[in-house]
Design a protein around this ligand. Structure first.
Ligand code: F0G
Length: 451
């Protein structure tokens, strides 16, 4: 069976090439921009390659009861919308996707938003949204016969890549900024057997170097410049639409780092609309950390016409990126959907993360920017109480336990950073106490923490 119905289209100049013609760095040979996967058969209204929306909805629902392993993946369950392989038999899967959409009861009350949800992508096999993209791109790497795959990473991509490479029987190379990734993520890359190089460089430097390396050796690049990653990462949009009974939420809020994920989710919603699966698109907003906000600046200064790289600083190490590769794609999706792009401070991130923890969900700091951003949007009147809003939580709380412990111990933030938020922070902190091993002491500790 040939399941392969795609081609690559340059996002900058519109040049079209076949998947096999892509350069090792996935940059357009004409203009240097990035590619997007497109499916020519979908644009012909009566074409026999154009999927039928009613039939798809029925088929995808039926697959939930299927015993076939590919159907257990929340990515490949939607495989009609990612026909990127010669054969789906080559798919490398860890049963990714199928992540929960949780109502955020406390936050919804506090913000006066009736329908507020968290799509928790941290509930994927390696604990982040990267798995949905990695299953797709790793399958392509395997099908095309590569022995080595590689990525530069702030941690989660490397964890996902190492796991999927191990499942596929491929070797993997990880380049990470020394001392700037959370231990949980580094431990995963080691556990799954990657060759892990910590470089005296930031994420942007690691990616630049890797771009050189893949031109010198037959290594398959698995950063989100690889358009097949984004094909997998668009599938949570399908899950969200399905959960809303094919009525999309009004607003989706996504953290922004290298800016692949916001682009991918936007592509997912756009394709569903083009195929008649949904009637409209949600607004898509992107939130960055204030110390790593190149897209916020770009939109403010040039309406997204140019992006000035910056030196990035934030404790949300996953999004510590100053020169994001997919910024043009992200700017386009924000502008096309009428979304916002704003930044939040270190203290706002910490408070939002603790609030999500107190709802019994938890997430890593980079994910918490979504709630912090929503609070700002609500305060400035950009989000109405009657809107349905989905926050995309991108990583699991256990990825960066040090951050959480430092917050609750009170050692995370400096006094200046906390200014204006001291009361919120004190109300959320739950430090572990050293208590005498007696019933009385434990009962007293409970009273001390009441409320
Ligand atoms: N949230 C988490 C937990 C991440 O790990 C990342 C990116 C993002 C948000 C931002 O997503 O880059 O698509 O805008 N992490 C990458 C990595 C860069 O190497 O793991 P983006």
């Amino acid at each position: 069976m040939n399941d392969n119905l795609h081609q690559l289209r340059c996002f900058g100049c519109g040049a079209r090439i076949s998947g096999a013609e892509a350069q090792p760095d996935f940059r357009c040979a004409v203009c240097g921009d990035l590619f997007e996967v497109e499916y020519p058969g979908w644009s012909q209204p009566q074409g026999h390659d154009r999927p039928n929306p009613g039939a798809l909805k029925w088929l995808w629902r039926e697959r939930r009861c299927s015993s076939e392993s590919l159907d257990h993946s929340g990515v490949w369950r939607f495989r009609e919308l990612l026909p990127i392989l010669e054969s789906f038999g080559n798919a490398v899967t860890l049963r990714e996707g199928n992540t929960p959409l949780y109502p955020l009861t406390r936050a919804s009350k506090a913000l006066g938003i009736d329908q507020l949800y968290a799509k928790h992508q941290g509930m994927n096999p390696t604990g982040s949204f990267k798995d949905t993209g990695m299953t797709a791109a790793m399958s392509v790497a395997k099908e095309r016969g590569f022995e080595w795959v590689a990525c530069a990473s702030t941690g989660n991509t490397s964890a996902a890549m190492a796991a999927y490479a191990a499942r596929a029987g491929l070797r993997s190379l990880v380049l990470i900024p020394e001392g700037k990734i959370a231990w949980g993520k580094l431990s995963q890359a080691m556990d799954y057997g990657a060759v892990t190089c910590q470089l005296k460089a930031d994420f942007d430097g690691c990616l630049t170097l890797l771009t050189e390396i893949v031109k010198q050796a037959p290594i398959y690049l698995l950063n989100s410049v690889n358009p097949y990653r984004l094909e997998g990462q668009k599938t949570p949009a399908f899950e969200i639409a399905e959960a809303f009974d094919w009525n999309v939420p009004d607003h989706l809020i996504v953290p922004g780092g290298n800016l692949g994920n916001s682009s991918a989710l936007g592509k997912g919603f756009r394709e569903m609309k083009e195929l008649g699966l949904v009637a409209r698109m949600p607004r898509i907003s992107v939130i960055q950390a204030a110390g790593a906000n190149p897209l916020v600046r770009s939109l403010a200064e040039s309406h997204g016409a140019a992006l000035e790289p910056m030196e990035a600083h934030t404790r949300a190490t996953a999004i510590r990126i100053g020169n994001p590769a997919s910024w043009r794609k992200a700017a386009r999706i924000i502008q096309d959907t009428g979304g916002w792009c704003l930044d939040v401070t270190e203290a706002e991130i910490a408070v939002a993360k603790a609030e999500l923890g107190a709802e019994g969900l938890g997430c890593e700091p980079a994910s918490a920017v979504t709630l912090a951003g929503l609070k700002k949007l609500r305060a400035q009147g950009s989000v109405a109480g009657g809107e349905s809003v989905v926050l995309v939580l991108t990583g699991h709380t256990l990825k960066d336990a040090d951050y959480t412990i430092d917050f609750h111990r009170g050692t995370l933030l400096g006094d200046e950073e906390k200014a204006g938020l001291e009361t919120e922070i004190d109300g959320l902190r739950r430090n572990a106490q050293v208590v005498e091993a007696t019933a009385g002491a434990v009962l007293a500790a409970m009273k001390g923490n009441a409320g």
